[in-house]
Write a protein that binds this ligand. Structure first.
Ligand code: PHE
Length: 449
């Protein structure tokens, strides 16, 4: 190929780009409803424990693999150990399958943003009506597909600009905007009548709702939210320069990702309580419950547009990272030019996403193990491929990878102290594999108690 591989500018770029991948629909759409179903504050505590026990070690392991090799996920594993190249393919397949449903939900955010801008969101006054409209929209054979395609093209546009001009610049622009918007929305929500009850629900632990499944949900959510277990962070860290401090970058990414999830809870639960709605309404919380709440506020359509724009930005920085895993693979491993690689990825993932959107409506009869295509993509990635990827990544980093490489990368060639290195190795060797094996078997229905 001969051309010089891109690297990201400074430390801030590394943090914002990786945080862009991590912060996504997982934080704003998924985290609040899972927390709502699992005892609010109790879930938050368990989630933070999972982040510390699993998230930190696996993220550092992925950063090490990526930055050391400066290659896409397949190339990176192959360089470190030929026998482990398959783990890179797991990452390519997972990214493809995640985009298959992530583009669809991202498309919905686009639709709701447009509905808010046009003012017709003011007709979404009751949850029952909203639920009907949401079902009508998502099962429609045309409109959600148009939104999905638009979202895929938006992602393509950023990827086509390249790593520095596209990914780096867009993350540096979008992430700060996202933060400010989220803080404004959370402040508005908390100030609503009875808003503080929502804060209390979200932050006060209710351990009576905690079951074995709560722990599994928290672990799965930690992986999904940090974009780990599928080589996304390997691809991104392969663009880090040698001065990037991996420990600090990992810490900042994790802190930002968790902060956004907490702020999203603070934006959503006070509003839900102030409208006297059950806080456990599941995945439709954002698309069904929230519009009627916005309508009780002065300038409702404005708040609604702001919220859905926030979701669009969060989703976009994540779809870009998933797209990049595939584009970098096709470009570096299969010898396609970057432009061609990006188009192949956009076309294939869009077709898959269109099929999965149709599976919510007209193609609903086509089932894989009792699930439609959309749900199976979600299930297979979140419950099987990500924990499996995390399990194998921790085994690889703990048992196969040369300890010297791990130490050199994590200590930035000896310039950083890493007092907890021994603990990191123990977590990677024993704790992560044991916990992840449990999730994996449980999700396959094999090991339940
Ligand atoms: N972390 C993203 C989110 O929270 C989703 C994602 C998963 C993105 C895996 C890339 C890779 O929404």
């Amino acid at each position: 190929m001969g051309e010089k591989r891109a690297t990201l500018g400074g430390r801030l770029s590394a943090v914002l780009v990786a945080a862009g991948s991590a912060v996504g629909l997982g934080n704003i759409w998924r985290f609040p409803y899972i927390a709502g179903e699992n005892g609010g504050g109790a879930f938050l505590i368990i989630y933070i424990a999972c982040i510390l026990l699993l998230g930190v070690p696996v993220l550092l392991a992925e950063f090490t693999v990526g930055r050391h090799t400066h290659l896409n996920s397949v190339g990176a594993y192959r360089t470190l150990s030929k026998r482990w190249a398959f783990l890179g393919y797991n990452s390519v397949i997972s990214s493809l399958l995640i985009l298959g449903f992530y583009f669809v939900v991202s498309g919905w955010t686009l639709e709701y943003f447009i509905t808010s801008l046009s003012g017709s969101i003011s007709e979404y006054t009751h949850s029952a009506v909203n639920a009907e409209r949401f079902a009508e929209f998502t099962t429609n054979p045309l409109r959600p597909i148009v939104c999905t395609v638009l979202f895929a093209l938006l992602t393509h546009a950023v990827i086509a600009l390249g790593v520095q001009k596209g990914i780096e610049r867009s993350s540096k622009l979008m992430m700060p905007i996202l933060f400010v918007m989220l803080i404004v929305i959370a402040a508005r929500s908390i100030a609503l009548p009875f808003g503080l009850e929502g804060v209390e629900f979200f932050l006060k632990p209710d351990f009576s709702k905690v079951t074995a499944k709560t722990f599994l949900d928290a672990m799965g959510q930690a992986f999904f939210s940090l974009s780990i277990g599928l080589g996304c962070m390997i691809t991104y860290s392969s663009y880090f320069n040698d001065k990037t401090n991996l420990q600090k970058t990992a810490f900042n990414v994790i802190a930002l990702d968790t902060l956004v999830a907490v702020l999203a809870g603070l934006a959503i639960f006070p509003a839900v309580f102030s409208a006297d709605i059950e806080p456990t309404s599941g995945p439709s919380l954002v698309f069904v419950t929230l519009p009627s709440i916005f309508n009780t506020m002065t300038f409702g359509p404005f708040w609604s547009a702001l919220f859905f724009l926030l979701l669009i930005l969060a989703a976009l920085t994540s779809t870009i990272s998933l797209h990049e895993v595939l584009t970098a693979y096709l470009h570096e491993e299969r010898g396609l030019s970057r432009t061609k690689a990006a188009w192949v990825v956009t076309i294939v993932t869009t077709l898959l996403a269109c099929a999965s959107s149709l599976s919510l409506g007209v193609w609903g009869d086509f089932k894989i193990c009792g699930l439609n295509l959309f749900d199976s993509l979600d299930f297979v990635t979140a419950n099987i491929l990500l924990p499996l990827g995390g399990l194998l990544t921790s085994i690889f980093a703990g048992w196969v990878l040369d300890r010297k490489i791990l130490r050199t990368e994590i200590s930035d060639h000896g310039s950083m102290r890493c007092r907890l290195f021994g603990l990191l190795v123990v977590l990677l060797r024993y704790v992560c594999p044991a916990l992840l094996l449990w999730i994996f078997l449980y999700n396959l229905g094999i090991f339940r108690f």
